[in-house]
Design a protein around this ligand. Structure first.
Ligand code: B16
Ligand code: MG
Length: 221
C-alpha cells in the first residue's frame, strides 16, 4: 500500500444503501407518463450517473426528445416521486454489513466520508441514521464534475485533512472506481468483477466484511 490508510470514502447508493430501487420506480413512472416502459436491466445503466445524465439515457431508451424546459420539468417530477419514497426510509434501509463496518472504523480511529453524486444524500443519511457515522459528507450539492472525475473524492479527502494516498474509496459503479483511481486513492469495488475489475480489491457486498479482510485484500493487490 502507498501510505498508511487513515480514511475511507464511501459511495452511497449501492454501497451503504440500496436506493437504486427507488430511482428505478421513479424513473419508470416518468417513462410510463412519456409512453414507454423502462426495465430493471435498463436501470443498471443509471447507477452512479447524475440525474441529468440519467434522464438523457432514459430518453434515448424511449427514443423521446424533449425541450430543455420539458427536461427540467421531467427531472423535477421524477425527483419529487423519489424524495417521497426516500423520506420513508429507516435504518432498515442500510445494506447488510455497512453499519458494522462504519462502527468498526470509528473504533479503530479511521476517518469516514461520503462521496456521492446524489443531491438527496442529506435526507437519506438523516432517515437511516448513517449521518452519525460519517465525519464528512460530499454529495451532488457540492460538486460540479460527475464521476469518473475525482472531484467528489478529492473533496472528501480534503474534508478529512488527509492526502488522497491515505484514503480508500468504496464504490459499486465503474465510473466511481475510475474516479477513485484518478484521485490517487486505493479502491474497493462492491459488486461484480465484470464492471469493477479495475478495483484494487473486490467484495460482492459488505456483509461480514471486516476492516482486516479489506486491508489484507488491498495488501495482495
Ligand atoms: P439524485 P451514488 C447516485 O448515487 C445514484 O447511483 C444515481 O442513480 C443517481 O442518478 C445519482 O446518485 C444522483 O442522484 O437524483 O438523488 O441527485 O451512487 O453516487 O451515491
Ligand atoms: Mg453508487
Amino acid at each position: 500500500m502507498q501510505d498508511k490508510i487513515r480514511g475511507v470514502l464511501f459511495d452511497l447508493d449501492g454501497v451503504l444503501v440500496d436506493t437504486a430501487k427507488y430511482h428505478y420506480q421513479a424513473w419508470s413512472q416518468l417513462a410510463e407518463s412519456l409512453g414507454f416502459s423502462f426495465t430493471e436491466k435498463d436501470n443498471e445503466r443509471l447507477k452512479g450517473v447524475s440525474r441529468q445524465a440519467s434522464l438523457e439515457i432514459l430518453l434515448s431508451i424511449g427514443n423521446v426528445s424533449l425541450t430543455d424546459k420539458q427536461k427540467e420539468n421531467a427531472m423535477a417530477e421524477k425527483n419529487a416521486n423519489y424524495v417521497e419514497m426516500i423520506s420513508k426510509m429507516t435504518p432498515g434501509g442500510i445494506l447488510p454489513g455497512a453499519l458494522e463496518l462504519l462502527k468498526e472504523l470509528r473504533e479503530k480511529g479511521i476517518k469516514t466520508a461520503l462521496g456521492s453524486a446524489s443531491k438527496n444524500a442529506p435526507i437519506i443519511l438523516e432517515r437511516t441514521g448513517l449521518d452519525q457515522y460519517l465525519d464528512a459528507v460530499v454529495d451532488g450539492n457540492r460538486t460540479s464534475q460527475a464521476k469518473p472525475d475525482p472531484e467528489v473524492f478529492l473533496l472528501g479527502a480534503s474534508d478529512l485533512n488527509l492526502k488522497p494516498g491515505e484514503c480508500v474509496v468504496f464504490e459499486d459503479a465503474e465510473a466511481g472506481v475510475e474516479a477513485g483511481k484518478a484521485g490517487g486513492m486505493l479502491t474497493v469495488g462492491i459488486g461484480h468483477e465484470d464492471q469493477l475489475g479495475a478495483a484494487d480489491a473486490l467484495f460482492p457486498n459488505l456483509k461480514g466484511v471486516s476492516w482486516t479482510m479489506i486491508t489484507e485484500a488491498l495488501e495482495k493487490s
